[in-house]
Design a binder for this molecule. Structure first.
Ligand code: AKG
Length: 277
């Protein structure tokens, strides 16, 4: 398993310029973070997880656009809790090192998620700030969005509002979007429109954003291109979670989703810390 060792051991140096840009803009693009054979193996493992592990997962950790259609899988939560390969990917090696660098110190791995917008049916991601879901004090955390497909405006690339991490938490309220239950109510402001940028990515690229950075994505309007990604969440060790508030929120959310019949394993298909559900 040399390739895996290589991925976990990868030395990744962030230039001072990249750090400066991350602090100023609230996000960073790291091109070809994983490439070649290692990328192929990573994607193979995601496909293995979906084939072998998802069917046995509790419904609140695997969501579908349409519960009766296995190929409409939209989101997986807590992959590291279900599979040692993904546990290692989250907790050891290159992804964690980037988090430690950007958060300037030790981190707590929070979650490893799968985000999919299946061709034609993948719906938009509402504008939000991850920190609103995380309930941290201080709000020091990052999310890394790792592209498994080439993404652009057609299949729903991520859009960031440059500098929004420096302008405070915006009001959020419930949305009808499964997996992203909270969205910013007064979006877009003039400033949002002015500073929003669509970030295209190729498979293997890593996009990193601050927990305060506003981001969203359009739906996937391509009829044939998938739009798959992994999301890695890390908290700074300095951040404290309001665990009671978090647990109460997640319980209520889970009940609402069950009542709407929106979660559960697709019949024909063989946490919440760190989630944005
Ligand atoms: O994949 C998406 O559409 C959004 C992902 C996201 O919101 C995140 O990574 O925090």
């Amino acid at each position: 398993m040399m390739w895996k060792k290589a991925l976990l051991m990868a030395q990744f140096e962030l230039e001072d310029e990249a750090l400066r840009s991350y602090r100023e803009h609230g996000f960073l693009e790291i091109r070809r973070f994983v490439a070649g054979l290692r990328l192929g193996k990573l994607i193979e493992n995601v496909e293995r997880f979906i084939r072998e592990t998802v069917p046995g997962m509790p419904p609140e950790h695997a969501f579908y656009e349409d519960k009766s259609a296995a190929d409409s899988l939209k989101q997986i939560q807590k992959m590291g809790d279900y599979d040692p390969w993904f546990h290692d990917l989250l907790t050891k090696g290159a992804f964690r090192k980037v988090a430690e660098k950007l958060l300037a110190g030790p981190v707590v791995p929070g979650n490893l998620q799968y985000f999919s917008k299946p061709a034609d049916v993948g719906r938009p991601t509402p504008p939000h700030q991850d920190g609103y879901y995380f309930m941290l004090d201080p709000c020091e955390a990052i999310t890394m969005w790792f592209a498994l497909d080439n993404v652009d405006e057609e299949n729903g690339c991520v859009r960031y509002v440059k500098g929004s991490h420096l302008r405070g938490m915006r009001p959020h309220a419930r949305t009808q979007t499964l997996g992203f239950s909270q969205g910013i109510t007064d979006y877009p402001s003039q400033e949002d429109s002015k500073f929003e940028i669509a970030v295209r990515a190729d498979a293997g690229d890593l996009l990193v954003h601050d927990a305060m950075t506003i981001h969203r994505a359009d739906g996937n309007i391509s009829v044939e291109r998938s739009r798959r990604a992994l999301g890695f969440v890390y908290y700074s060790e300095r951040a404290r979670v309001d665990t009671d508030a978090h647990a109460a929120y997640q319980k209520q959310l889970s009940q609402e989703m069950k009542a709407q019949g929106k979660i559960g394993a697709a019949p024909n298909c063989q946490s919440h810390q760190g989630t944005t559900t």
